[in-house]
Write a protein that binds this ligand. Sequence first.
Ligand code: COA
Length: 236
Amino acid sequence: MVVMLLDHIKVTKLEWDSHFFEKGVYIVETSDFSALKEYLSKSNEPALYYLFSNIKINELSDRLMDHKMTYAIDVKGIVNFPTPNSCVFYDGKNARTAELEHLAVLSSRNSRFRTDDLIPKNKVDELFKMWIGNALKPNPATKILLKHIDGKVAGMVSFRPTPDLLKIELVAVREDFQRRGCAAEMLKACIGYAQDHSIKRIEVVTQEVNKGACELYVRAGFKLVDSKYIYHVHTT
Ligand SMILES: CC(C)(COP(=O)(O)OP(=O)(O)OC[C@H]1O[C@@H](n2cnc3c(N)ncnc32)[C@H](O)[C@@H]1OP(=O)(O)O)[C@@H](O)C(=O)NCCC(=O)NCCS
């Protein structure tokens, strides 16, 4: 990981993203727009910069990709009644890869990669299919929770449990099964998992424009704990 520290600006190269997008991809941390402008004016390679900011940057309004909302819930002590046997973990047999890939792509509907008109849509599909593909490998780091209806996979939540935090990653319910309480049930199952494993807190990230998802998390007891504006700046 390359970190460049200049006055008022920190730039970190993201190796995986750079490899995937076949150009330099960097995270920029700064609160000084003129420092960023000066830095970008010196960039002489095709590159993509992700800029995370607490405040809106008017000069970059056309490159605003996401207002990322982080919701969290402290599960200790909360009363949670998951419906017994309603959700199951992926076991290698109870879902087809194509079903999970469809849900992974659906989960990215409002992602900053899809909002970015300079990133081809098929590349975004590939990104999310790779994401779920990695989670399907024998690798206990990511858990995939499924909700079945009539023998079909109606919805999926993937999450990463650590001793202190359960981080929800992908959330999606098939279009024809939405608004039947599937996502709410899967969230209850996540809360149940955290409580059973003495994990105190759950976090999930969504986009401000995704009103349905924001409403879902608030209804499930989550609170908004952070928000960030995310800009994508491409240089050629
Ligand atoms: C967001 C999503 C996961 C919700 O799944 P769902 O199974 O339809 O949600 P539920 O039926 O459990 O909804 C529970 C509550 O959340 C809220 N909610 C869910 N979808 C909503 C929507 N589209 N608009 C407004 N509120 C919504 C409602 O309060 C709902 O309760 P109600 O139906 O009694 O009013 C689903 O719409 C989806 O997969 N969307 C595309 C992918 C996506 O946006 N994923 C989230 C990424 S963070």
